[in-house]
Design a protein around this ligand. Structure first.
Ligand code: AMP
Length: 415
């Protein structure tokens, strides 16, 4: 028996109402803030991610689905969207548009991770990117958008964690302080952290192993090492968040898992749960576009996993609107009646009426049972007598009242 590959799932029709609802909220929030949709290919040159995301990150080191195509190119299924959007920004000269360029996406994302609740090998992200401006008000805008997206769906009890990890001028000083501090505890660290100490010291702060927690909690804080422009940027951002009445917690251990972040980093978490349940996160990436071959271009973005949003909607028992379904069923008895039913169904659909037509040649009772199960408001019944008289029977499923009407009246009666 075939099964969907481990860590992936089918989204059956019973689940679709959640997906359409979340996507509609995403599209609406983007409309309110003037973000326009972008779609990029599902795969990219592998080097876009090794160069952009950084080869010492978990994503590049352990999680990418990379394959060689028949032409010998090394391609990767997108493990995140930001690098692809930056590639598109450079490739299509989007710096010629008024800046910042505000974009959003809804896209499948692939990471070879250990599957567990809320963590899949294929998941879907909604995210936005504001490219071409370093104004901290844009950081506040993106955070506000994320916050509004969740609150528009009544997902509550969220906490916003905020940090600044500096820029290329102040980060080196911070990293050497961090390394010096950690070096004296090297014998107490987990084996991953010993590697991080050499390859990616910032990620030391992110370690989840219990043995490393006391060391990480007392580590030097990036906020204490910011250069004056980064400090000013962070202060302004905090001021704007206060104006927007968005509560936040400064979290000196928040660094995010990708190498391209500069200055602002943030995450939004359900209050009760741990880091595995992070709903969304983002930050500035002021050097990424230049690193990928474009002109120096500051930018900030945010992403959230739709599966996790839906898990939270279910956990918080948020009621969501159901999807519209056909409200009309056409039942028929006999082969001539079936011919009439086929013609009628076509006419009604052309008039914009959604309907489901009976198949096969079951009894009227069985057809009405099916109509009931489908939950339609009306059933149109055509039998021999109706074929002869050129009428149809219209049955109101709630009251079981039936009346003979002319097919021409149906569009008016069914809408
Ligand atoms: P990231 O790109 O790692 O910052 O992820 C952004 C958001 O996508 C996270 O906050 C999660 O909501 C979601 N996410 C990340 N990885 C996964 C995964 N493996 N499975 C499901 N959702 C994920």
């Amino acid at each position: 028996m075939y099964q969907a590959p481990r860590g992936t799932s089918d989204i059956l029709s019973g689940e679709q109402a959640y997906w359409r609802y979340v996507e509609a909220q995403a599209v609406n929030v983007c409309r309110l803030y003037g973000y326009e949709r972008i779609d990029t290919p599902v795969f990219e040159d592998a080097s876009l991610f090794t160069r952009g995301v950084g080869d010492a990150t978990d994503i590049v080191d352990k999680e990418m689905y990379t394959f060689e195509d028949r032409g010998g190119s090394s391609l990767t299924l997108k493990p995140e969207e930001t690098a692809s959007i930056c590639r598109a920004y450079i490739e299509h000269g989007l710096h010629n548009l008024p800046q910042p360029v505000r974009l959003y996406y809804l896209a499948p994302i692939f990471r070879y991770d250990r599957p567990q609740a809320g963590r899949y090998r294929q998941h879907h992200q909604f995210g936005c990117e504001a490219i071409g401006d370093e104004d901290p008000s844009l950081d506040a805008e993106v955070i506000d958008m994320a916050w509004r997206f969740f609150s528009s769906m009544n997902i509550v009890h969220l906490s916003l964690k905020l940090n600044s990890i500096g820029c290329s001028s102040c980060r080196p000083g911070y990293l050497s302080a961090l390394k010096n501090y950690y070096a004296s505890y090297a014998d107490r660290l987990c084996s991953d952290c010993r590697t991080r100490l050499e390859k990616n010291p910032l990620r030391l702060l992110d370690c989840k192993q219990s043995t490393c927690q006391p060391v990480a909690n007392l580590a030097p804080k990036s906020l204490d090492y910011l250069c004056p422009p980064c400090q000013e940027h962070f202060n302004q951002l905090k001021k704007y968040l206060a104006l927007l009445e968005i509560p936040f917690e400064a979290d000196h251990r928040l660094v995010r898992g990708l190498d391209y972040y500069t200055r602002t980093v943030f995450e939004i978490q359900p209050e009760a749960d741990g880091a595995q349940s992070t709903l969304g996160g983002g930050g500035r990436y002021d050097n990424l576009i230049e690193q990928l071959g474009g002109k120096p271009t500051p930018a900030i973005g945010f992403a959230t996993g739709i599966e996790r949003v839906i898990l939270n909607l279910k956990k918080q028992e948020v009621s969501i609107p159901s999807l519209p379904k056909p409200q009309v069923f056409i039942a028929h008895l006999g082969s001539e009646a079936r011919d009439e039913a086929i013609k009628l169904a076509s006419r009604l659909r052309q008039a914009g009426i959604a309907l489901i037509e009976a198949t096969g040649s079951r009894s009227l009772k069985a057809q009405l049972r099916q109509a009931n199960t489908l939950g339609v408001r009306h059933t149109v019944i055509i039998g021999d007598r109706e074929v002869k008289t050129g009428t149809v029977i219209l049955r109101d499923m709630a009251t079981a009242r039936q009346e003979a009407v002319s097919p021409d009246q149906l569009p008016g009666l069914l809408i």
